[in-house]
Design a protein around this ligand. Structure first.
Ligand code: CAA
Length: 380
């Protein structure tokens, strides 16, 4: 075993850290308060190649490994996880799915501009009545011969407005249940597509979240991904990687809050000494550090499995469940350590606490991850 990062991985981590400090930190609280889309920041992230970092260079991507992706996601999300989620969705849920299962034409037309940063993608699975219960898709894709007719509503879609390419999951053969579901590449400006208002969220307020409505949208046959009926498996396989992205995001949120609490506790004095010298605070910091180290190791192990062509769905469910849950715990403790300062916006940790909550919900709630984990261990 080798726990050391390669020179390249260290370089990528450092460049993500520098970018986050230089470009994301100024204005992050204001963007959050105003729910303002980080347009300039995403543009610069794209120029750095992070929006397509996992995709092969032959498809205009960065050709970086998954370990580097975990490191970059952690550094970006320490500072601004609204930008982190856009990066995760584009890399893991959109680009990866197209690279793995797209036809040559689909790769040429859609993946290359997505990985090269000319376009942004979104992944449309969740519906008003199909969140955790993802097989119960109500959005219909009726087979009309040489095209499909798409009708339905998708909810809580990250990148819905800034994306121009959608991967949409919809039901074609309801009688076949999940085996009748398909995945399609849909262009946002096609006729019949409309967006709901920007969601007024508790955290990650500047990330671009909307519902998307489809009314008689014509999708050419060649835009279906994989065989007829492959859509549910496509979504599940894609989410295996997506969950690692969100686990790394949760890790970043936790370590961002921890670093701020650590710094504060070495400066703030109470009862005649820095509060870090009080065991009540030192033990909190100790617990936070152990949890973060565990979460990082789960993420890196999952990344290593993926990079080495081994199954990683179980590992990504473990990483996401654990990292999201400890992100909530660590950020709550960080607010506690900062006390009154922790409760006001200026000190960032209250925002990180609000952001942590979403990591327990999207790309499969913590309870869904426990379903995946328990089914796997019980089947062994
Ligand atoms: N890889 C490949 N195939 C898989 C799979 C995986 N990881 N997981 C399940 N499958 C297959 C099963 O093998 C089964 O196939 P067969 O019928 O051929 O045997 C089929 O899919 C159905 O599986 P289940 O019987 O396990 O289905 P289920 O109804 O019990 O649901 C679930 C399983 C894990 C709970 C799933 O519904 C799930 O993951 N739900 C959560 C959905 C989710 O994560 N939503 C997030 C939305 S995306 C998002 O948030 C993006 C964003 O914008 C940030």
């Amino acid at each position: 075993m080798n726990f050391e990062y390669t020179e390249e991985q260290e370089m990528i981590r450092q460049s993500a850290r520098d970018f986050a400090e230089r470009e994301l930190l100024p204005g992050v609280n204001e963007r959050d308060a105003n729910a303002e889309f980080p347009e300039e920041q995403v543009k610069k992230l794209t120029e750095l190649g992070f929006m397509g970092m996992l995709t092969d260079v032959k498809y205009n991507g960065g050709g970086m490994d998954t370990v580097s992706y975990v490191l970059a996601m952690e550094e970006i999300s320490k500072v601004d996880s609204a930008v982190g989620v856009m990066m995760s969705v584009n890399n893991s849920l959109v680009n990866w799915g197209l690279e793995e299962y797209g036809t040559e034409e689909q790769i040429e037309k859609y993946l290359k501009p997505l990985a090269g940063g000319e376009k942004i993608g979104a992944f449309l699975l969740s519906e008003p009545e199909a969140g955790s219960d993802a097989t119960s898709q109500r959005t219909k894709a009726d087979d009309k011969g040489d095209y499909y007719l798409l009708n339905g509503v998708k909810n809580w879609i990250t990148n819905a407005n800034c994306a121009s390419v959608y991967l949409v999951i919809a039901q074609t053969h309801p009688e076949k249940k999940h085996k009748g579901i398909n995945a399609f590449i849909v262009e946002k400006d096609w006729e019949g597509i409309s967006l709901g208002p920007h969601e007024d969220k508790m955290g990650m307020r500047s990330s671009d979240t909307h519902s998307v409505m489809f009314t008689d949208v014509k999708v050419p046959k060649e835009n279906r991904i994989g065989e007829d009926g492959f859509g549910f498996k496509f979504a599940m396989k894609t989410l295996d990687g997506g969950r690692l992205g969100i686990a790394s995001q949760a890790l970043g949120i936790a370590s961002g809050a921890y670093e701020r609490a650590l710094q504060y506790s070495k400066e703030r004095k109470a009862f005649g000494t820095e509060i870090a010298n009080h065991q009540a605070i030192a033990f909190k910091l100790s617990d936070m550090a152990v949890k973060i180290e565990n979460a990082r190791n789960l993420c890196l192990k999952c990344a290593w499995l993926k990079d080495n062509g081994k199954p990683y769905g179980f590992a990504s469910a473990m990483a996401k469940q654990y990292a999201a849950d400890i992100a909530m715990e660590v950020t709550t403790e960080a607010v506690q350590i900062l006390g009154g300062y922790g409760y006001v916006r200026e000190y960032h940790v209250e925002r990180l606490m609000r952001e942590a909550k979403l990591t327990q919900i999207y790309e499969g709630t913590s309870e869904i991850q426990k379903i995946v984990i328990s089914r796997t261990i019980l089947a062994d």
